[in-house]
Design a protein around this ligand. Structure first.
Ligand code: G4P
Length: 539
């Protein structure tokens, strides 16, 4: 039998990585605009050590310090387009919160961020329940099997009945809701939260001025039933009902994406936010082995590996740089390591690794599984790429979502065609927009394909300001894309209501249809034609 030689100190190194990974929780908040994501992010960070003051994280227009909104276009509109990462510590844990853009529009960035997290918090407005964007994002979590914790926000304002909200979660998304705590007092007349497992009632008082940790007073179950009044009685009855129908928090079904622990609270006055952080620590999974393209798990303590989930150019206009955000999947990262870029086999130096807090950057010397590293001057890296140290690994590519909006881009100044081509190609590689082309349309008029129309504005803005090329966009009336093959492309050439184009990045042949009706008729008229959805479940 061959004897495996373990280098001296390796066991200690492995156990250090495992211990550090076990302390980490890497998550995102998914919500519909205005449900309170920015407010919740601030409220979460308030309990942690990274950011001391609420308002320092996400500056919407008019708020304090703008940390995550760095592009001029974002500031103009008061929205956050680019995803920022926040890292903070709470108790003994390190929390990595990956921001998903919070505007009504969609971009591929949002989906990619969900590739890099281990858990998501689904944030609901107590008056509105499940809304369109929450549902779309939830579908991505389901497809990726990301476990979801639900936080019902704005309980300080009039809203819906808690049981009705639970029912909606169960009926509309098929997720069994399992309350961790329960509100005493209807929405708008919030008296406190009852911890389901102990019956302890926590009552809150607003911090002066509203921005800060709320005061908390705890009553045991016995004290609460004596002093809690009618609101407590009613809540206790509802809890008894929940116990009867058996909706206790259940870790295996939560991790399998079948149930969702539910917490109530109000982010603005910071009610129930600390409990949400504790729930993350108790329930959310720590980084686990990630499967490679062959389906083999990369163990958490294996040599370093990371997944590029986002690339952002020109975050710092003064330096015109390009940053790749890498989620550490295994091993210990040390700044200065020379990694291998799995796609090309080329070495990749990491001298300029940084921790990214929106626009603030700090040099990052060491990182562990679950952490996010910002690699500066990462011109060769694309979203979905793998980096590794010593032991090769290749993670599956990040699925590309089906575009639903299409526009032709034309350079307004014909003397700048070269820059136009360069800009278009770089934004394509970066994943800002997908570029489609065809011989019929020619090189001067590529088709931009987006998941959400805001991607067009970002593309046009960046072409103008970063590459000095003003462009004109002509929106096309297509709404659906399907993948076909060479014979399908030949069969559909010149058909009305459909157009065949090639995706530049991977050469895939796509057919664009004006509407579903057109797609159905073409399918009917051409049985056997290959017309595959781009990503099952994402449409
Ligand atoms: P978003 O990032 O999900 O888009 O939402 P954001 O945090 O900006 O919150 C949307 C609005 O809801 C904000 O009010 C915010 O103050 C409010 N809000 C968030 N959480 C709570 C809560 O727990 N209780 C109450 N009562 N309100 C909450 P706004 O008037 O639109 O903006 P602002 O002027 O307060 O910034």
């Amino acid at each position: 039998m061959t004897q495996v030689v373990i280098p001296a100190g390796q066991a200690e190194a492995d156990s250090e990585v495992l211990a550090q990974a076990a302390r980490r929780r890497t998550f995102a908040v998914i919500s519909h605009p205005d449900a309170g994501k920015s407010t919740l992010t601030e409220a979460l960070a308030l309990h942690a050590s990274a950011i001391g003051q609420a308002g320092a994280v996400h500056g919407k227009s008019g708020r304090r310090g703008v940390t995550s909104d760095w592009m001029a276009i974002e500031r103009e509109r008061g929205i956050s387009i680019t995803s920022a990462t926040l890292r903070f510590s709470f108790q003994n844990a390190v929390l990595n919160l990956l921001d998903t853009p919070g505007h009504a529009d969609f971009s591929e960035d949002t989906y990619r961020v969900l590739e890099a997290v281990d858990c998501a918090i689904m944030l609901l407005d107590s008056a509105k329940g499940l809304e369109a964007q929450t549902l779309k994002l939830f579908d991505v979590c389901r497809a990726r099997r990301v476990p979801v914790i639900t936080f019902v926000n704005k309980w300080d304002r009039p809203g819906r009945e808690p049981l009705e909200l639970l029912d909606e979660i169960e009926q509309r998304i098929g997720l069994a809701p399992t309350p961790v705590n329960w509100p005493a007092g209807v929405a708008g007349n919030f008296r406190g939260l009852i911890e389901r497992s102990t019956g302890v009632l926590t009552m809150f008082t607003r911090a002066p001025g509203g921005a800060g940790r709320a005061g908390e007073e705890r009553l045991t179950a016995a004290q609460a039933s004596e002093h809690g009044g009618a609101a407590y009685e009613a809540a206790a009855e509802e809890l008894a009902l929940l116990d009867e129908i058996g909706s206790a928090v259940d870790l295996p079904s939560f991790l399998a994406g079948e149930s969702s622990p539910v917490l109530f609270g109000a982010a603005l006055p910071n009610f129930g936010v600390r409990r949400l952080l504790e729930a993350l620590l108790e329930l959310a999974p720590a980084p686990a082995p990630r499967l490679d393209v062959a389906g083999e798990p990369r163990q958490v303590h294996a040599p370093f590996s990371g997944l590029v989930f986002k690339v952002q150019a020109n975050m710092n206009r003064a330096h015109r740089d390009r940053v790749a955000f890498v989620r550490v999947c295994s091993g210990r990262f040390e700044r200065g390591m020379v990694l291998t870029h799995a796609a090309t086999g080329r070495p990749f130096a990491t001298k300029y690794a940084q921790a990214m807090f929106g626009q603030d950057r700090q040099t990052l010397d060491v990182a562990y599984p679950g952490d996010v590293i910002g690699l500066v001057n990462a011109t060769a890296l694309r979203p979905g790429d793998t980096l590794y140290d010593t032991m090769p690994v290749h993670f599956p590519p990040i699925p590309s979502f089906s575009p639903e909006h299409f526009a032709v881009a034309r350079c307004k100044d014909s003397s700048k065609h070269k820059q136009f081509r360069k800009g278009i190609s770089q934004l394509d590689t970066e994943g800002v927009i997908q570029i489609l082309s065809s011989d019929v349309r020619g090189d001067q008029a590529p088709v931009l394909a987006a998941v959400g129309p805001l991607q067009f504005d970002v593309t046009a803005d960046r072409l103008e300001h970063e590459y000095g090329v003003p462009v004109e966009l002509e929106h096309l009336g297509y709404t659906i894309a399907r993948r076909t093959d060479v014979s399908g492309a030949a069969e559909l050439a010149g058909k009305r209501g459909a157009e065949v184009l090639t995706r530049r990045l991977d050469g895939a042949l796509l057919v664009l249809f004006t509407d579903r009706w057109r797609l159905t008729t073409i399918k009917h008229d051409h049985p056997g034609l290959r017309l595959d959805p781009l990503l099952a479940g994402a449409e």
